[in-house]
Structure formats: structure tokens, C-alpha cells
Design a binder for this molecule. Structure first.
Ligand SMILES: Nc1ncnc2c1ncn2[C@@H]1O[C@H](COP(=O)(O)OP(=O)(O)OP(=O)(O)O)[C@@H](O)[C@H]1O
Length: 249
């Protein structure tokens, strides 16, 4: 049984079919990539999975149970965590306070009663931003803010992380460290599903990749197979004679 199953999902916005009978899975203990050209439907899929967008048809199954009708907070309590392309931290709070607030909101009343596994400073250390703990969130570099989003997500101890463009704004060293962290999180048994445009990162860290184009899943497989798939090359490059081409960002 897969941790996450997206089953025959369709989303229409007026005359636009943003997601077109898409089916794919993300497994616990693995990093899964969801890639595709601009406008392919990746963010809309994330919105359906996390509960922000109701699909016209199809269903989402998480940890063996359908969640298609559940609200965003209930999915979060079941173990889904998400980061957004747009940064969501509270600008006037410090980096440490932002993570604490995320943990407290998620924990709610239950959080007051039982100790949480997520130690705030430990999380900042883990994602590599402990040096910024006392800085205001609106004063830190974009890459650091991106890592703060990840720390806020991890503060809820999710079983599945949905990461939307997590490496944008990270420099090369930060991206390398981030790739290692993703592998570690998967090794702990969490599932990671990532929308990402940095193909070097996707190809090096993902165990499996699903490719969307015009809302349809056109390929699923390991990085090597995806890289050499002619349909994928065509979708990215816009022409078919792609024998000597590689996937480009
Ligand atoms: N709320 C909306 N109303 C109307 N059309 C929308 C809406 N959201 C998305 N779309 C359209 O649905 C399609 C898929 O968009 P989506 O943002 O899911 O793609 P994406 O793969 O995430 O793109 P990008 O890589 O550029 O972020 C696009 O044609 C987009 O214009």
C-alpha cells in the first residue's frame, strides 16, 4: 500500500483542464518528484492532495484511507505537511518563534498534554539555520526563509512532506545540503513528494519521478528512465528530435 495515492483526478477551471485524469503514488521512505513544464498542473495537484482544491473527479488516498472530503487541517492532523512556493512565515516573529508557533498550532490542546518529538532548536540545527534563530523572519535571506518553511513543516512531524519548489533561492552549497536532508527524511520512513524545477536536484535525490504535461501523467519511473524518455524530452524541449538533448531547467 502506498502512503499517498492520487487516483484519476480531474480539475477544471472553466474551460481549462488543469489536471486531466492524473494517477500517481508517493511511497513512504522515498523521495518522489512531480515535474513538468510551466502550467502542467503540478501546483493544482498539490492543492488537491493537501485539500485546498476540490477535484471535479477522482480521489486522494492517504495512509490507506480516502481523504478527498477532509479539510486541510484534518489532513494535516493525519500527517500531511506542506510548504508553499510563496513564503508563509510570520515576518515580525523570530525564526525560532516561527517554528515554535507552527508546532504549537499543530499540537493544539493535545500538544499541551504530551511532549512533542520536535525540538525547536534541534529542527533549526537540522535544516541548517540555527545561526538565524533570533533574527526576525522578514530579515533573513530568501534561501534561509525557504529552509525555515521546511523547519515549520517538520515541526508538525509529518508522515508525508509536500514540498513546492523547495530549493528556489538556495545557493549551490545549500541545495546540496538540502538534498542530503531529503534523503535522511526519507530514510526515517517519511514520504517526500516534491515539485521542483532544479533538474540536477530532482535527478540526484528522487527515487521516483512522475512527469505531468497539460495535466496528464506522461511518464513515471526512476530518474535514468525519465531523463531518456522521448515523451518527457518532447514536453520539455518542445520538439521531437531530442536524441542528443538532456532535460533542461
Ligand atoms: N485558480 C485558477 N483559475 C484558472 N486557471 C487556473 C487556476 N489555477 C491554475 N490554473 C491553470 O491551470 C493550469 C495548471 O496550473 P498549475 O499552476 O497547476 O501548473 P504548474 O505546473 O504548477 O505551473 P508552474 O510550474 O508554472 O507553477 C494552468 O493552465 C493555469 O493557468
Amino acid at each position: 500500500m502506498s502512503l499517498l495515492e492520487v487516483d484519476d483526478v480531474v480539475v477544471q477551471f472553466g474551460g481549462v483542464t488543469a489536471v486531466d485524469h492524473a494517477s500517481f503514488v508517493a511511497e513512504a521512505g522515498r523521495v518522489t518528484g512531480l515535474i513538468g513544464p510551466n502550467g502542467a498542473g503540478k501546483t493544482t495537484c498539490f492543492n488537491v492532495i493537501s485539500g485546498l482544491q476540490k477535484p471535479n473527479r477522482g480521489r486522494v488516498v492517504f495512509d490507506g484511507r480516502p481523504v478527498t472530503r477532509l479539510s486541510v487541517p484534518r489532513r494535516s492532523r493525519r500527517g500531511m505537511g506542506r510548504t508553499f512556493q510563496r513564503l508563509e512565515a510570520f515576518g515580525s516573529l523570530s525564526v525560532r518563534e516561527n517554528v515554535r508557533v507552527a508546532r504549537d498550532i499543530h499540537g493544539g490542546f493535545a500538544g499541551l498534554l504530551r511532549p512533542t518529538a520536535a525540538d525547536v532548536d534541534g529542527l533549526l540545527e537540522r535544516v541548517g539555520i540555527a545561526a538565524y534563530a533570533d533574527e526576525r523572519a522578514d530579515s533573513i535571506p530568501t534561501g534561509t526563509a525557504r529552509l525555515l518553511e521546511l523547519a515549520r513543516c517538520l515541526a508538525c512531524d509529518p508522515q508525508l512532506l509536500l514540498l513546492d519548489e523547495p530549493s528556489s533561492g538556495l545557493d549551490e552549497t545549500e541545495t546540496d545540503a538540502f538534498g542530503h536532508l531529503l534523503a535522511e527524511l526519507a530514510a526515517e520512513g517519511r514520504g517526500v513528494l516534491m515539485v521542483e524545477h532544479d533538474m540536477d536536484l530532482v535527478m540526484s535525490v528522487c527515487d521516483e519521478i512522475h512527469v505531468l504535461d497539460f495535466g496528464k501523467v506522461i511518464a513515471s519511473g526512476a530518474p535514468g528512465a525519465i531523463r531518456s524518455n522521448p515523451d518527457v524530452q518532447r514536453a520539455y524541449l518542445g520538439y521531437s528530435d531530442a536524441d542528443d538533448q538532456e532535460l533542461v531547467r
